[in-house]
Ligand binder design. Structure first.
Ligand SMILES: [Zn+2]
Length: 301
């Protein structure tokens, strides 16, 4: 995630200062997002919609938190709301209009407070509340300290969203960004396999070039294809972060091998694919992924 963090810090931190003080118009947020997208997909400020696999995903989904299936790219509009809530939290707690009772204000809970029935209902609701003479303060329920933070306010806007279960196994691995993003796309079925090419009436192979069977989707290429199953059998099972990294690497090399067969006319060769996998794993080890070295995962028969 190093590249993504760098991307965030440079292109996202700048507008945050403005968002803290001002409500930015939509066109401004769109313009900044266009630059951010361009940088993410192409490393430049210009980007066209179809230039990359990732571009086929809605920007809104990409801006979700990583544990919710996004890339954790900051949603500037939501962050603007979260930052500006800071000003609201600085105000005094007011008996009638602050939301201090059952998560609501007295005005919301009992708009007709002066009517007898509503008054009695309010009396009931307030019976367990002990009022004191000291000044009231706001307690922010999304932080254990009770103090407001824009970070927790930003996360609170995603409460109720569906979790992306494999996020730790994916993003906390040793794998480089290109491999992690590939697998993230594969989980979302966003790789250009036959099913997607067919749907868009784009040229596509008639069958899987690795096994001569039908290539339905990315799941076939990575798991159910005979070539993939033979490859995975060479990887021993460990339930560690390092193992997750090598699964990501294995998926990446299966995809690369498939693409070399489709686009370069290469013949499928399991020894070549596994050797490339081993060479890359050795590069990771040389680059500091020491845990991978201890696993002795690959045995070439
Ligand atoms: Zn196949």
């Amino acid at each position: 995630m190093h590249m993504l963090k760098k991307f965030w810090s440079v292109l996202t931190a700048i507008p945050i200062y403005l968002l803290l003080a001002l409500k930015m118009p939509k066109w401004f947020i769109c313009a900044i997002n266009k630059i951010r997208r361009g940088f993410l997909w192409k490393g430049s400020k210009d980007v066209n919609g179809g230039c990359c696999l990732v571009a086929s995903l809605a920007w809104e989904k990409i801006m979700r938190l990583i544990d919710l299936g996004g890339l954790g790219i900051l949603n500037l509009e939501v962050m603007g709301w979260a930052l500006q809530m800071l000003w609201l939290c600085g105000n005094d707690t007011l008996f009638r209009s602050s939301r201090w009772l059952l998560g609501k204000s007295i005005e919301e809970l009992a708009p007709n407070v002066f009517r007898t029935v509503t008054y009695l209902e309010l009396w009931d609701a307030i019976s367990d509340v002990h009022l004191s003479s000291s000044a009231d303060i706001h307690r922010w329920k999304f932080e254990s300290s009770g103090f407001f933070s824009s970070r927790s306010a930003y996360k609170a806007f995603f409460v109720g969203a569906i979790k992306f279960e494999p996020w730790k196994r994916l993003w906390k691995s040793w794998a480089p960004n290109k491999c992690m993003i590939f697998l993230w796309l594969a989980v979302r079925n966003r790789c250009w396999t036959v099913d997607r090419l067919q749907k868009r009436e784009l040229p596509h192979p008639d069958y899987c070039l690795l096994c001569d069977q039908e290539e339905k989707n990315i799941q076939h290429v990575l798991t159910s294809c005979v070539f993939a199953r033979k490859s995975w059998r060479k990887v021993q099972k460990h339930s560690k972060k390092e193992f997750n990294s090598l699964v990501i690497l294995g998926a990446w090399f299966l995809w690369k091998h498939r693409n070399s067969c489709v686009f370069a006319g290469s013949a499928p060769n399991i020894q070549i694919a596994i050797q490339a996998f081993k060479d890359e794993a050795n590069l990771w080890i040389a680059g500091g992924a020491k845990g991978v070295a201890g696993l002795q995962l690959v045995r070439i028969s």
